[in-house]
Design a binder for this molecule. Structure first.
Ligand SMILES: Cc1cc2nc3c(=O)[nH]c(=O)nc-3n(C[C@H](O)[C@H](O)[C@H](O)COP(=O)(O)OP(=O)(O)OC[C@H]3O[C@@H](n4cnc5c(N)ncnc54)[C@H](O)[C@@H]3O)c2cc1C
Length: 400
């Protein structure tokens, strides 16, 4: 345990983390004031690893709430956006400078031979922001063999590795590519990210409990994602399922933040509803006595705002789990985020694998880069990373 903790603490690039933290507020304000992004009012969330509630959510509950506004701003400013344009190669000269890209225009995913080859000369430089490879089973298994095809991913099917391979081939320095995060709050009854995670996290982790088939809590429900995903995998290896549980008064914040979502989860049978705790125990095949004892002990923790068993944070508006109805959803880790990637300097220039020096005209930002999030990315910090370093990269390339 102590080893794992030391590894997690010391893997981040502290200077970059500080830079990102110090630019968090100004970037949030930039999205609101300059782009017109809308966030849910009065809804500060708490994701795994956060010591207190600290994240904001777009009103549509998705990163598209930011990206669509960015696209609209590009259109307003006359910045062309090429869709269906697949980057096949990055052109780097013998002298080490990046000149541009070889692309396929009119590309149709996933046909690698579709579209027409075209060369694009970069007048100022290339900013790489090709994301992670969570959907690429072969490549993720090269890095971490346990992430095989039995594990679903929250990512879109285009989260593939070809540009990870291409940047390796042209001599970019890559780090920590085997640190791949699984989202512990996935639900196995739906594909991808889906909606069930909102119950497992926003209701059960923040206001309820996670228990195993024996009815015992097995992890701090608000521990970081790695601790929780690993704990679920250990339970599963021992043949136990992991359940996220909540009761009516404690699903209030989820209902307020995401009206209609819980009803959808119930309709789709992603989450089950039971009148009593006994019914829930029967439905989930958890021994009732064990479950009752767990809930009773947890309620004492809620009352005293102190969880001696697992040391979790107790929310101010959390109430003891007494009144029904009761809700249960299964937890299944799904491959979610790549912490590793291209090593950049503080102005987002990609470093050369042979020299550790910046490659001329090549910049990168976002999930394609590594070192910022250490061994386990905190929930809500990826978009911040993209905003902060994406804007720095943009400003730098404009000056090039
Ligand atoms: C379901 C889900 C929910 C999330 N929720 C949150 C959240 O609430 N808060 C948070 O901070 N983070 C969240 N994240 C993480 C965050 O959204 C990502 O880390 C972030 O969007 C990465 O942005 P990016 O621009 O670096 O890469 P991406 O958004 O992945 O974009 C990269 C793009 O490049 C394209 N691409 C890849 N290869 C090629 C190629 N060869 N040619 C052309 N195009 C290519 C990809 O198809 C993709 O469209 C979430 C992630 C997922 C999957």
């Amino acid at each position: 345990m102590s080893n794992r903790r030391e590894v997690q603490v010391y893997m981040n690039d502290r200077k970059k983390v500080r830079l990102m933290a110090e630019h968090a507020l100004s970037n949030y304000e930039w999205t609101v004031k300059e782009l017109g992004v809308e966030y849910l009012p009065d809804a500060i969330g708490q994701e795994g690893g956060h010591s207190v509630p600290r994240y904001v959510t777009t009103t549509n509950g998705s990163g598209s709430g930011i990206v669509t506004k960015e696209i609209a701003m590009c259109e307003k400013l006359g910045v062309p956006i090429r869709k269906r344009c697949y980057v096949e190669h990055i052109i780097r000269t013998e002298e080490g400078e990046v000149l541009g890209l070889e692309v396929r225009e009119g590309y149709r995913f996933p046909d690698a031979k579709s579209g027409k080859t075209k060369f694009i000369r970069a007048t100022k430089g290339v900013v790489l922001c090709y994301g992670g490879f969570s959907a690429d089973v072969t490549f993720r298994m090269h890095q971490d063999p346990k992430l095989d095809a039995t594990l679903d991913t929250t990512n879109q099917p285009g989260a593939t590795s070809e540009l990870w391979r291409e940047t390796a081939a042209i001599g970019c320095l890559q780090i920590q590519a085997d640190w791949i995060q699984c989202g512990p709050w996935g639900n196995p009854k739906e594909k991808g990210m889906g909606i069930g995670w909102q119950f497992n996290q926003t209701a059960a982790a923040e206001y309820g409990v996670w228990v195993n088939t024996d009815g015992k809590r097995f992890v701090n429900e608000l521990a970081n994602r790695k601790v929780r995903a690993d704990a679920i995998m250990v339970e599963q290896q021992a043949g136990r399922q992991c359940w996220a549980l909540c009761n009516e008064p404690n699903v209030g914040p989820l209902k307020k933040q995401r009206p209609g979502f819980l009803e959808r989860m119930l309709e789709q049978k992603i989450v089950e509803k039971y009148d009593t705790l006994e019914d829930l125990a029967k439905g989930t095949k958890i021994p009732y006595e064990n479950l009752k004892a767990t809930i009773d002990a947890f309620n004492e923790a809620v009352k005293s705002k102190n969880d001696p068993q697992l040391g979790r944070y107790i929310n101010n508006d959390q109430v003891p789990m007494v009144d029904g109805p009761w809700y249960a959803g299964l937890c299944q880790p799904k491959v979610h985020h790549c912490m590793g990637g291209l090593l950049t300097d503080e102005t987002c220039r990609v470093l050369d694998v042979r020299t550790d020096k910046p490659i001329k005209n090549l910049f990168a930002a976002g999930e394609a880069t590594g070192g910022v999030h250490g061994a386990v990315r905190l929930g809500s910090v990826a978009i911040l990373d993209c905003l902060v370093f994406g804007r720095i990269a943009g400003q730098q390339v404009a000056k090039n």
